[in-house]
Design a protein around this ligand. Structure first.
Ligand code: PLP
Length: 151
């Protein structure tokens, strides 16, 4: 739902990988079917809403590496860790799905789910200040000090 809103508000074409047969997740071999030179990012669902399943971020990153070798097009990964980002470090500490993968440029997590924070609390973190677009930030002199909180 939130990605449909994002696509609508930012006027971005959304390409959703459909469920088919016994495949309930986006998989590395979906990259070639759904990405092209206009793709701005791939969102890996890390903790699918209904099943809790994690998409194979590492495998998808490797598929995007191969895509870049062939086309020269660098597609970033955003990890939607709304449900899984607080769980995976404890449940599967050896699973590599985060900034250890250079292609992962941003991650969001819903504090109000498994982070046990108050309803509505959520965070997005960017790999570097450079990968966080200025236009999505505002500066606050009072809240969070001199850091730019996301608008
Ligand atoms: C995979 C996924 N991403 C994003 C969201 C939205 O998260 P939030 O409730 O923090 O806005 C949800 C909500 O259920 C979700 O399941």
């Amino acid at each position: 739902m939130c990605w449909e809103k994002f696509a609508r508000y930012f006027d971005v074409e959304l390409r959703q990988v459909p469920l088919r047969g016994d495949r309930y997740l986006m998989e590395p071999d979906d990259v070639d079917r759904h990405c092209d030179e206009n793709t701005i990012m791939v969102v890996c669902n890390f903790g699918q809403t209904f099943t809790g399943l994690f998409e194979d971020v590492r495998g998808i990153a490797a598929a995007l590496d191969r895509f870049e070798e062939r086309t020269g097009h660098d597609i970033r990964i955003h990890v939607d860790g709304a449900n899984g980002a607080f769980v995976a470090p404890f449940s599967t500490p050896d699973l590599v799905w985060d900034f250890r993968l250079p292609r992962v440029r941003s991650i969001n997590a819903s504090g109000h789910k498994t982070g046990l924070a108050p309803l509505g609390a959520g965070w997005a973190v960017w790999r570097t200040p450079r990968t966080c677009r200025r236009s999505s930030c505002s500066r606050s002199a009072t809240w969070a000090g001199p850091r730019p909180p996301s608008a």
